[in-house]
Ligand binder design. Structure first.
Ligand code: GAR
Length: 202
């Protein structure tokens, strides 16, 4: 049976599209994207999902307490029998309730080499800090912001002429590549977590 992926997003949805393309092309074998959820009404990712014939729901988070909101999202994911949850530009912290419901079955992508530069505008943070390299990280999700055991990272050199936008563009290309790779590894059961380390059977 195909593994069922649920994608949560808040905006543009390019990482969702990269995952959808990898599923369609067989780079993530034996899988399907069962549901896309956005907490924001006008997230372009929602239309992108519908254009691909993938079910997409807006569940607005405004005014709801974290756990109350997360219960709505978890119910939607359960209804679709989702095996793996992929955060793809989902700009919300998950409650302990959410994390416990999908133990080691929630992934996130972040555009920096974690643990450096978590949070907002990590590309700007890296430039302003004077880092010479940045990149992106796919990790298992826990209750903390951009934390949790690291599955894959890709390094992107920072150039003198970079702006946050040019750096973000080069990092994004790597995000699209390693997110699909990490999803494949996790769905194939090739990641073993030991403390903070993720050991990958290749
Ligand atoms: C991506 O760069 C993703 O890594 C980042 O938001 C962007 C979403 O773009 N996520 C985070 O910063 C999470 N802390 P997308 O909607 O085109 O995938």
């Amino acid at each position: 049976m195909k593994k069922r992926i649920g994608v949560l997003l808040s905006g543009r949805g390019s990482n969702f599209e990269a995952l959808a393309e990898s599923v369609a092309a067989g780079r993530i074998p034996n899988a399907e994207i069962a549901l896309v959820v956005s907490n924001r009404e006008n997230a372009p990712g929602i239309e992108k999902a519908r254009a691909r014939g993938i079910e997409a729901r807006v569940i607005p988070s405004k005014g709801l307490e974290r756990e109350v909101y997360d219960k709505l999202v978890v119910a939607a994911l359960r209804e679709k029998s989702v095996d793996l949850v992929c955060l793809a530009g989902y700009m919300r912290l998950l409650s302990p309730y959410f994390v416990k419901t999908f133990p080691n079955r929630i992934l996130n992508i972040h555009p920096s080499l974690l643990p450096a530069f978590p949070g907002l505008e990590p590309q700007r943070q890296a430039l302003e800090h004077g880092a010479k390299f940045s990149g992106c990280t796919v990790h298992f999700v826990d209750e903390n912001l951009d934390a949790g055991p690291i599955i894959l990272q890709a390094v992107v050199p920072i150039e003198d002429r970079d702006t946050p936008e040019t750096l973000a563009e080069r990092i994004l290309r790597e995000e699209h590549r390693i997110y699909s790779e990490a999803v494949k590894l996790v769905l194939e059961g090739r990641c073993r977590i030991e403390g903070r380390r993720v050991l990958v059977a290749r």
